[in-house]
Ligand binder design. Structure first.
Ligand code: NAD
Ligand code: IPM
Ligand code: MN
Length: 356
């Protein structure tokens, strides 16, 4: 079908902990779906993570950003984080480094309930939990600006700057409205804490008012982040598109994951439209279950679905989603969802459903 188009070049970075267990399953499904739908792909493995960092100090090698921009269309990443690396230096350099240096300003985190049996909310069904969080991904409290003064003394001062730029705030808010318009959605909720953060989030308020005026067909609302998290639990059906800053989006997307069956099923995409982009599950390296073969690979597999969607491979993306939905419906689930299947068995089942 697409035999004429050049192959998509995909970097595979399993990373740490369960990243090394879920990514092979995601790759299995990726290869199966690419083959069934005749989409050419070329995969390249990278062994970056805690083991490599502890061995030779490598985090994000010099020239890596230019290499990704030049030689790749997408990156699939597992997770970064290891109890042996207390500083989390390699995660900051690799994961946050790629988000910042590739300017992946959209962190898209869909919260879609595939099967009502897996929400902890009482009397809620699939149609009640179906929204997407757009998290600003290149600034805010994540920029690493700050420092210590008199560290380790009783007078110690620690600062962490919250950086909000007009350009950064405007492009993520605009992306949320564009996404709504392009997907036939009518509700965009912006969340901030402008009642307390009266400078940085005042900017969010002003930019939101300016941008919403350009989208008269969309019902644009605002909730403070504390109330937003409450409302997500109380009545998630009120949300279609949520847009918020870097830290609040991190927190809101874990709460959202909780509504759909947990971190094991939540995917994400770090995007810069038209440029090499990075796809990963929302979860981390889960050291508490790493090495046991019980991690849920569905979040990583659905991240491949988001990658295919980004490539415009819509039919293949839908097939991946449908296969995960079938696994959930047929109780082909791991322990975190009350089942008994291991990581590999779930990957095998989902891959088989792609070709059937
Ligand atoms: P975590 O997401 O790793 O784990 C939180 C909880 O969810 C744990 O109980 C874990 O067992 C469970 N869980 C997570 N993914 C699961 C899966 N696929 N299947 C079944 N259960 C799953 O978050 P954490 O414990 O706060 O962090 C652990 C490490 O991961 C830290 O070093 C943290 O910095 C890092 N981290 C990395 C990323 C990333 O690379 N994107 C994201 C979050 C956390
Ligand atoms: C995530 C993670 C990261 C973040 C950590 C590992 C820095 O929690 O991707 O959600 O906060 O962005
Ligand atoms: Mn997180």
């Amino acid at each position: 079908m697409n035999a004429q188009s050049p192959p998509k070049r995909i970097a595979i970075i399993p990373g740490d902990g369960i990243g090394k267990e879920v990514i092979p399953e995601a790759v299995k499904v990726l290869k199966e779906a690419a083959s069934v739908f005749d989409h050419p792909v070329v995969l390249t493995d990278f062994d970056w993570g805690a083991d490599r960092y502890l061995r030779d100090g490598t985090t994000l090698p010099g020239g890596a950003v230019e290499m990704f921009e030049r030689d790749f269309e997408a990156i699939l990443l597992g997770a970064m984080g290891d109890p042996r690396v207390l500083s989390n230096q390699h995660a900051a350099d690799i994961l946050l480094g790629l988000r910042f240096k590739l300017d992946l300003y959209v962190n898209a985190r869909p919260c879609v309930l595939f099967d009502r049996r897996f929400t902890p909310l009482k009397d809620r069904a699939e149609e009640d939990v179906n929204f997407i969080v757009f998290r600003e991904n290149t600034e805010g409290l994540y920029v690493g600006v700050g420092g210590f003064f008199k560290k380790g003394t009783a007078e110690e001062i620690a600062t962490q700057e919250d950086v909000n730029t007009r350009r950064g705030v405007e492009r993520i808010i605009r992306y949320a409205f564009e996404y709504a318009r392009n997907h036939g959605l009518t509700r965009v909720c912006m969340s901030d804490k402008s009642n307390a953060l009266t400078y940085g989030h005042d900017l969010w308020q002003r930019v939101f008012k300016q941008v919403r005026a350009e989208y008269p067909g969309i019902d644009a609302s605002h909730q403070y982040i504390d109330n937003l998290l409450l409302q997500m639990v109380r009545d998630p059906s009120q949300f279609e598109v949520i847009v918020t800053c870097n830290l609040f989006g991190d927190i809101a997307s874990d709460v959202g994951a909780g509504l759909i069956g947990g971190l094991g099923v939540a995917p994400s995409a770090n995007l810069h439209p038209g440029k090499v982009s990075l796809f990963e599950p929302v979860h981390g390296s889960a050291p508490n279950i790493a090495g046991k073969g019980i991690a849920n690979p569905m979040g990583a597999i659905l991240a491949v679905g988001m990658m295919f969607d980004y490539f415009g491979w819509l039919e293949a993306a839908k097939k991946i989603e449908d296969a995960v939905r079938t696994a959930l419906r047929e109780d082909k689930t791991p322990v975190d969802l009350g089942g008994s299947l291991g990581t590999q068995a779930i990957g095998d089942f989902i891959a088989t459903r792609i070709s059937s």
